[in-house]
Design a protein around this ligand. Sequence first.
Ligand SMILES: C[S@@+](CC[C@H](N)C(=O)[O-])C[C@H]1O[C@@H](n2cnc3c(N)ncnc32)[C@H](O)[C@@H]1O
Length: 254
Amino acid sequence: MSGSLAVVGLGPGNPDTMTPEAATALALADALYGYGPYLARVPARSGQARYPSDNREEGARAAAALDHAARGGKVAMVSGGDPGVFAMAAAVCEQVEHGAEAWRGLDLVIVPGISAMLAVAARVGAPLGHDFCAISLSDNLKPWPVVEQRLDAAASGGFVMALYNPISRARPWQLGAAFDRLRRHLPGATPIVFGRAVGRPDESVVIATLEAADPAIADMSTLVIVGSALTRVVERPGREPLVYTPRAVKDASA
Ligand SMILES: C[S@@+](CC[C@H](N)C(=O)[O-])C[C@H]1O[C@@H](n2cnc3c(N)ncnc32)[C@H](O)[C@@H]1O
């Protein structure tokens, strides 16, 4: 019996934003692996086994799921947002490259999902409407000087930035340090969007400026979008402002 592994993006939190392809992949699996809170989002089905694990165990979780599939299981690994964005798809690929030879022969499918940066951007308008990049502020998997180099390059290159993993209990200072770094390059009026738990019942969205941005607003469920010099905030009567980055760059210095 040949097994398979689907690495499935659940989207940002609201079940409505999970794709039909993801729902089908989950329904076909006889075993589900994933970080406990993400697994809890998937409705239980009888006969489907669940293997929840802790947040920091991605490598071991990926290896266990591959091993299960190699023994003939139809396995799905759940991932928040999109599995290819700072998430489980890369952890699985790392194990396929460095782990058991049999894992290379497995039927492996990556099922995309709506990433947090897309969900947060959609709440406020179109801040990612022109060139942008995504940077994880976590220095668990890369040294902090690398984060600083990338912030410098993105800001001086005129990119809008989606900052993932901005802060956690174990990493309390990184977002404040990132804002200080960005203030070297960007005007104080640069729009900042804090999107917290978007798509979940405790969602909140705050629009600020780089000058006034308070890192304490963010937690580990927050994605921060930093505008470029071109990003606009459009006030609207009786409605939240629109934040967007125009599609055209007219001035070569922008
Ligand atoms: C390990 S990364 C996983 C990203 C995920 N694969 C994705 O595509 O959204 C976790 C980070 O994603 C962001 N994030 C995930 N879900 C979010 C949501 N519903 N609202 C805002 N940010 C979210 C936060 O920055 C969080 O610290």
